[in-house]
Write a new protein. Structure first.
Lengths: 313, 336
């Protein structure tokens, strides 16, 4: 309660910090707000100048994202029965009819399968490797760790051609398995290094206590180390997922008809019937959702932070 | 419960030899206290018996069979660590139940609940059972970690300074509690401490370690009354034994004696040579006198209600002191 304290920041610095954070948040979120709002604009609104901040919301972008449409002749169009659904009505409004579903759903599902599977695999392998590096005498440990890290030292695209050729020989190009393995290989170095740091922080004494309490080393790992590494595993999983989810270069090069993910697909929407910015923005918005949900779900573990340590000194 | 026999145990950590050829028998049902300063090898001994480390040489037999190739779980020992005592992600109840739920014991849940409640009662933490382990005070954490050993009925309890972080009252209570458990269960204990009262009151045997060697093993009385060296003599006794040149009181030392060791009971007050009182410490149950005899400092005990004050002179005379040779080893069979 004193006027001046070593541990308590002054009112002024709190205000300054608050302003700074608010400003940073606005700058960071502005593009996101723009994408989300563009997704709900009509085609003309999306390209109007000066840009419209207030507009009449429309679901046209989302309908266009999930459908393919064709333009009919005037007589044919007039002869159609009245529209049955709300999305039929929206499409008819621009003088077209729905020809079928677009491939966005499939691409999105591919992203989900490949992104989450490779994350799970990276975390599984990464945790075991990190534990081994943290606890056991591994021959050439430092060199191995450096080698693992070195796989990150060049841009992935530099090895794109060899991987493309290898995958073609192995029959892995344009397969889900191929993409899962590739993203896991890229992510595992990050996972091992991050998780090793977290596991190093967990004192060995806990495992030793568990060993004496009648557990095997693996059981001690599962019951004592894993729960305490939850924070680290959660944050590592978020990093891995974000990489696999957003990866573009390999996805363009190695996938096409079967295992194509959403990132290379979204730009192709532009080509369908003129520059359909609302549909592109809608695609980007839908694409954001899984990572957002995943991060929010794991936030609890992130915020739990490093309150650990029933340590007696 | 079982007899534990250590024979020729050695262990190095890098260049540091933590244990050198230690042999010791911990009889079934005994309470053995290990004494020694930091780095003497006390904790290493516990870790080797628990199976957390492997000895470089030597054998460990529990209940007659060598356990060298057994995992810690198979050895059926309980250990209380000096640090990192509790699993931080569990409640107090789960911490206490953890050993009982292990595949080695796999006790049914209703019996676990009863056992946990019983131990919580003994350690006076029943109201804390549903707290997170991290929400306890240091003393409470340490009681829970003792409790995690006590819920089991292992072949030997290994305890590494379990009471060192507790306040004096609780320490005294738990000392009695551990002693009662020892007497009631006939349990075998190997107990590391720095605390003389713990060693003297609880131990049936005391082992004194010096730089990885076991220098003396015997009953607390033997260790106190006939230490083999100045090192052992300095481990026990409050105030500490006073070491003086053998001729500090004039001639009379046995041949070969270089030092004489004087505990308070070896000093008769009221006769002999004059010494000056430097300081009087009233500790409540005892009163310590710091005396100067020529160039030498002597600490002894006086009557708690003594009227002596700094500057006074008292006569002192050694009474059957302990004699030590140049290497600090005790002269056996000297004039008693």
């Amino acid at each position: 309660m004193s006027a001046w304290s070593v541990t308590e920041p002054s009112k002024l610095s709190k205000w300054a910090a608050g302003l700074l954070v608010t400003f940073y948040t606005i700058v960071t979120l502005l593009p996101l707000v723009w994408i989300i709002s563009t997704g709900f604009k009509s085609g003309p609104d999306s390209i109007s100048y000066p840009p419209k901040v207030l507009f009449e919301p429309s679901l046209e972008g989302y309908v266009n994202l999930f459908t393919t449409r064709t333009r009919l002749g005037a007589e044919e169009f007039a002869a159609l029965p009245p529209p049955e659904t709300w999305y039929d009505r929206i499409v008819r409004g621009s003088g077209m009819v729905i020809a079928g579903p677009s491939r966005f759903g499939e691409r999105f599902l591919n992203s989900v399968i490949i992104g989450f599977s490779s994350t799970a695999l990276s975390i599984f392998l990464g945790t075991l490797a990190a534990y081994a590096f943290s606890r056991f005498k591994v021959p050439l440990k430092d060199d191995l760790l450096f080698f693992i890290l070195s796989t990150r030292m060049m841009p992935p695209i530099a090895v794109a051609i060899p991987i493309y050729l290898m995958y073609r020989e192995l029959g892995l190009s344009d397969t889900h398995l191929g993409m899962i393995l590739l993203y896991t290989a890229v992510n595992i170095s990050l996972a091992v290094w991050l998780l090793k740091g977290f596991i190093d922080e967990i004192p060995r004494e806990y495992e030793e206590a568990a060993l004496i309490d009648g557990y095997t080393r693996f059981q001690a790992f599962r019951k004592v180390v894993l729960p305490q590494a939850a924070t680290g595993i959660a944050s590592t999983a978020i990093f891995c997922l974000i990489f696999a989810w957003n990866e573009y270069a390999f996805a363009v090069l190695l996938t096409s008809g079967n295992a194509q993910t959403a990132p290379p697909f979204i730009p192709t929407i532009i080509g369908v019937g003129g520059q359909d910015w609302p549909a592109v923005a809608a695609g980007a918005t839908v694409f954001l959702l899984p990572v957002m949900v995943f991060t929010i779900l794991l936030r609890k573990h992130l915020l739990r932070g490093i309150t650990f340590g029933a340590v007696r000194k | 419960m079982a007899e534990v026999v250590l024979s020729g145990l050695s262990r190095s950590y890098g260049a540091v030899q933590a244990l050198k050829d230690v042999s010791m028998t911990i009889p079934d049902g005994s309470f053995v206290v290990l004494l020694g300063p930091t780095g003497a090898g006390k904790t290493t001994t516990l870790r080797l018996i628990a199976g957390l480390d492997r000895p470089d040489a030597g054998d460990i037999r529990i209940g007659g069979a060598s356990v060298l190739s057994d995992t810690p779980a198979m050895r059926d020992v309980a250990m209380v660590f000096q640090q990192y005592s509790l699993y931080p992600h569990m409640t107090v109840r789960d911490n206490l139940a953890f050993p009982l739920r292990s595949p080695m014991i796999a006790m049914p849940e209703d019996r676990i609940a009863a056992r946990v409640a019983e131990v919580a009662e003994v350690l006076r933490i029943p109201h804390k059972l549903d707290n997170k382990a991290t929400a306890l005070s240091g003393g409470e954490m340490q009681r829970v970690s003792i409790g995690r050993a006590l819920v089991r009925n292992p072949r030997i309890y290994l305890m590494d300074e379990p009471l060192s972080s507790l306040d004096a009252k609780l320490r005294a209570d738990l000392r009695i509690e551990l002693k009662r458990i020892h007497a009631d269960l006939g349990a075998t204990f190997l107990y590391v401490t720095h605390d003389q009262i713990e060693a003297m009151t609880m131990a049936t045997h005391v082992g004194v370690l010096d730089q990885g060697r076991l220098v003396q093993f015997g009953t607390p009385r033997e260790i106190y009354e006939s230490p083999v060296s100045t090192y052992v003599a300095s481990r026990l006794g409050q105030p500490r034994i006073t070491l003086l040149p053998a001729d500090a009181f004039g001639p009379g030392a046995p041949p070969g004696a270089v030092q004489m060791g004087l505990r308070p009971e070896h000093i008769a007050l009221g006769e002999g040579q004059a010494a000056t009182v430097g300081r009087v410490e009233h500790l409540g149950d005892q009163t310590r006198l710091h005396l100067s005899l020529g160039p030498h400092q002597i600490v002894t005990l006086a009557d708690p209600h003594t009227r002596l004050a700094p500057g006074d002179t008292v006569q002192i005379r050694p009474q059957t002191p302990l004699w030590f040779d140049a290497a600090g080893n005790r002269l056996q069979g000297g004039p008693a």
